[in-house]
Design a protein around this ligand. Structure first.
Ligand code: UGA
Length: 426
């Protein structure tokens, strides 16, 4: 059945959500108040890097199922479902900042049509659905999002599961039906449980990653190869292969924010989530181990040395640098006296963002290595695999390479005259 849906917020979650709901045959109005983002959308553009998103948005617009508005209150007029996809940034104390959710709820409340269901897709502290219900006076369904940046379209079209939580189970089921064409298992529960499922998923993924990064540390100490250890683990279907790639620590706009928020939520409810606190500590250690590897490659002293860095985003296939381990490592290298020359395919040399202050931004991967004493792979950009490493070696003053993503072939790197340091491998 075709429904009329408003999606509030054209960010990393709202955009794929709107595009996918239009693909499923619904009529969707996406509200984005930021002038620049709105301007990009109405002219057929996409304000973020996300594979397949532009095509899917354009398909929806062409089919007459997707349109854009600058005003949330205008978008919800006539909508039977209103999806809240606004940011819930981290406050300095680790808790989630709900001000966007609250202000949007207040803004749309007078414009909601009778019978409209408000759907919360933003990651919000347990209990927020009840708060939004109080502000809007409408039934609220918690429908957490599990998409990943970089694969958002694919994840939204083919979700592993759809979770809907509401006190009014009928409202929850109706929201579930919007996604029925995905064929994904539907979990119908209460709001508090649905909100907890979202945090539990991200906390589990973060802990799994911290485990494999800590395991990589162990492998280095005992002389094992973490890649084969992961192979041996992954074939056990109870463990699986996903989220077992060791790296410089987990980052991005979600896992760091949501793990901290869950610790706060637990604390406030009188529960000490010590295991999750340990995952965060292990993550900090994973980052520090990369800085230590670069320092070791340079003979123990960073001061006055030049480090080339490949990759600044928190992972490949995105332009997002929020809580990027690559940026955190770069900041530490700078703090300890190194000069950093960096290349990232999504960052242009003129970029003056705060997180990149003091970094020399370069046009390409070769340029970054000019006069460098060591080079570090910090984001797993595929295009780095195809570089001419002899040429890279010629540009550098010494041939030290730290591969914090285990992206490159150590044999090829060594053939080019480099000493190679990966993660968790002898
Ligand atoms: C994460 C979750 O994976 C999504 O399910 C969730 O919907 C999303 O947060 C959210 O809450 O909105 P995302 O932050 O886009 O998605 O990125 P991930 O693919 O989860 O990567 C997170 C971090 O883990 C990155 O720094 C990545 O490089 C790292 N990672 C991931 C590894 O180091 N190894 C892996 O094997 C996988």
């Amino acid at each position: 059945m075709t429904e009329t849906i408003a999606v509030i917020g054209g960010g990393y979650v709202g955009l794929p959500t709107a595009a996918v709901l239009a693909r499923f045959g619904h009529r969707v109005v996406l509200a984005e108040r930021d002038e620049e983002r709105y301007g990009a959308l109405v002219t057929g553009g996409v304000p973020i890097v996300e594979e397949g998103l532009r095509e899917l948005l354009q398909e929806g617009v062409r089919a007459g199922r997707l349109s854009f508005s600058k005003h949330a209150a205008e978008a919800v007029g006539g909508a039977g479902f209103v999806f809240l996809c606004v940011a819930t940034p981290e406050r300095p104390d680790g808790s989630a900042d709900l001000s966007f959710v609250e202000s949007v709820a207040g803004e749309i409340a007078p414009a909601l049509v009778p019978g409209a269901i408000v759907v919360n897709k933003s990651t919000v502290p347990v209990g927020t659905a009840l708060l939004v219900e109080r502000i809007t006076g409408a039934p609220v369904v918690s429908n957490p999002e599990f998409l990943r940046e970089g694969t958002a379209v694919r994840d939204s079209l083919h979700p592993d599961r759809v979770v809907v939580g509401a006190d009014d189970r009928r409202a929850a089921r109706r929201v579930g039906e919007l996604f029925s064409s995905t064929g994904a298992p539907l979990i119908v529960t209460d709001t508090v449980t649905a909100e907890t499922i979202k945090y539990a998923s991200n906390a589990f993924l973060a802990t799994k990653l911290s485990f494999v990064n800590a395991l990589a540390g162990l492998c280095e100490s005992v002389g094992a190869d973490v890649r084969d250890v992961v192979l041996g683990l992954g074939y056990d279907h109870r463990i699986g292969f996903e989220f077992l790639r060791p790296g410089p620590g987990w980052g991005g706009s979600c896992l760091p924010k949501d793990t901290s928020a869950l610790i706060r939520i637990a604390e406030e409810a009188g529960y000490d989530f010590a295991l999750l606190r340990a995952s965060i500590v292990a993550n900090d250690e994973a980052q520090e181990r990369v800085v230590a590897k670069v320092t070791e490659a340079l003979g123990g002293e960073l001061h006055g040395r030049t480090v080339a860095v490949w990759g600044l985003t928190f992972k490949a296939a995105t332009d997002d640098r929020r809580r990027s381990p690559a940026v955190a490592i770069v900041r530490q290298l700078l703090d300890r006296g190194a000069s950093v020359r960096a290349f990232d395919p999504t960052v242009s040399p003129g970029d003056e963002s705060d997180d990149l202050v003091g970094v020399t931004l370069c046009d390409d991967a070769y340029d970054a290595c000019r006069g460098a004493d060591a080079v570090a792979v910090l984001t797993e950009w595929d295009e780095l695999r195809g570089l001419d490493f002899e040429k890279v070696a010629d540009l550098m003053t010494s041939r030290e390479l730290v591969d914090a993503r285990n992206l490159l072939d150590p044999a090829a790197i060594r053939r080019a005259g480099f000493s190679y340091r990966g993660i968790g491998r002898p």
